[in-house]
Write a protein that binds this ligand. Structure first.
Ligand SMILES: *Cc1c(COP(=O)(O)O)cnc(C)c1O
Length: 425
């Protein structure tokens, strides 16, 4: 009896592809997705009773692990008082204050219900504030599924081979330039030629949706200097990196500050949320202050904000990131020593508590080099680990996450299993 299989068959009858977000269908790795019943700490259990050490962590939000006691209490306390009012609440103000304290570049912030919505709204704001139409993004940069950004996108789009989704009008896609990450020269060329038509440059400061890729030394500084010189709004999409690689995200870690920032994932502690914010002169273009329209029935939802507040308060406690990052570093050091010892043809990219093991020996510094990876080997690796009770993100072009509740002993065991698995592929 395999309940996941039975559920998937039924799901496909009612839901396109059986899933509500494409990568969940395991198309990139083949096979039948596990239907998850519950999670606790670093573990999830599927409907057939199998337990997995989880490195996907709901694609990043669960930095405190599954079903964190304090977050669960905040959620149930709030649920008893009501789920949504469509009127302002104290929670929204408190969460905005916490965001501002974490991200000094965010003078004003607006809450929405997903990362996609945050990015979509930030782009509209940049266009509205500058009166320009065109935008620049990076190849393999994933920013949710807003029309303008489904051009050379990473994450699920990367493995599905739809560089451009159908349904995105060519007239719109044409307004998006896509350039390689870590390539300030190409950025400068485009800005030199077209700056007057360009509203913004949006990028993941540390891309995680082509797998984890690190900025070359000085790249982010160069990006900041160029966008400033040419008067183009710089948007950091920190939906993954925000509250992940440092409390104040990549901008804290690298000391480079954008005009606008998009947040999501960890911000909601596992509930649907997103946010975008930045300099107040820019943010004041938003309705009702200004004339760029943006709204949401469930924006700033009381339960999502309660989960977010409780999550952020735990993250800002002294030494949180130091502990998480040094535990993660020991795990990477072990993996790297095994890779070296056995001359395993892989590359481990990592920062803080997120990492990707690429199935290529060549350095991965952008989307083009990420694609050197042998995705067939990746698929075998993924399934063998899954069978051994380790749940990695089901695609090569994704990040994996370590949470506060992954014990060093869990990581040690996982490290040994990963090494053994890649050696025997
Ligand atoms: C996940 C993600 C998004 C989209 O967020 P959703 O909540 O899935 O809409 C946007 N940008 C980045 C960098 C992401 O990782």
């Amino acid at each position: 009896m395999d309940k996941s299989k039975a559920l998937f068959t039924k799901a496909k009858k009612y839901i396109p592809g059986g899933v509500n977000s494409p990568v969940r269908a395991f198309r990139a790795v083949g096979g039948v997705p596990k239907f998850i019943q519950r999670g606790k700490g670093p573990f999830v259990w599927d409907v057939d009773g199998n337990r997995y050490l989880d490195f996907m962590m709901s694609w990043g939000p669960l930095i405190l692990g599954h079903a964190d006691r304090k977050v669960m209490k905040a959620v149930s306390d709030q649920a008893k008082k009501g789920t949504s009012f469509g009127a302002p609440t104290e929670n929204e103000v408190e969460l905005a204050e916490l965001i501002q304290a974490a991200f000094p570049s965010i003078q004003k912030v607006r809450l929405v219900s997903s990362g996609t919505e945050a990015v979509m709204s930030a782009i509209r704001l940049a266009r509205g504030a500058t009166g320009r139409k065109k935008i620049i993004k990076c190849d393999g940069g994933y920013h949710g599924h807003a029309d303008s950004l489904l051009v050379q996108a990473g994450s699920g789009v990367a493995t599905f081979g739809v560089a451009d989704s159908r349904g995105v009008p060519e007239d719109l896609a044409k307004l998006t330039y896509s350039i390689p990450y870590n390539d300030p020269e190409t950025l400068e060329q485009i800005l030199k030629k077209h700056a007057r038509e360009i509203a913004c440059f949006i990028l993941e400061p540390v891309p995680a949706n082509m797998g984890v890729v690190l900025p070359k030394k000085g790249y982010l500084e160069k990006v900041r200097a160029l966008t400033k010189r040419y008067g183009v709004v710089l948007i950091f999409d920190e939906v993954i990196t925000g509250f992940r690689i440092a409390f104040g995200g990549a901008q804290e870690k690298f000391g480079v500050h954008p005009d606008l920032t998009c947040l999501g994932k960890i911000l909601g502690g596992g509930l649907p949320i997103g946010a975008f914010g930045g300099r107040k002169e820019l943010m004041n273009h938003l309705a009702p202050e200004g004339d760029v329209y943006q709204a949401g029935t469930l924006s700033g939802n009381p339960i999502a904000t309660a989960a977010g507040i409780t999550t952020l308060k735990q993250l800002r406690s002294h030494g949180f990131y130091k502990k998480l990052n040094s535990k993660s570093e020991r795990f990477y050091e072990f993996l790297n020593s095994e890779i070296k010892k056995y001359a395993i043809p892989v590359t481990l990219n990592r920062i803080g508590s997120c990492f990707t093991l690429f199935f290529t020996e060549r350095p991965v510094t952008d989307f083009r080099t990420a694609k050197y990876s042998n995705v067939k080997r990746f698929a075998r690796y993924f399934h063998r680990l899954l069978a051994a009770g380790i749940y990695m993100a089901p695609s090569q072009f994704e990040a994996n996450f370590i949470s506060d509740v992954h014990k060093p002993s869990d990581l040690k065991q996982a490290g040994k299993m990963i090494s053994k698995t890649v050696r025997m592929l």
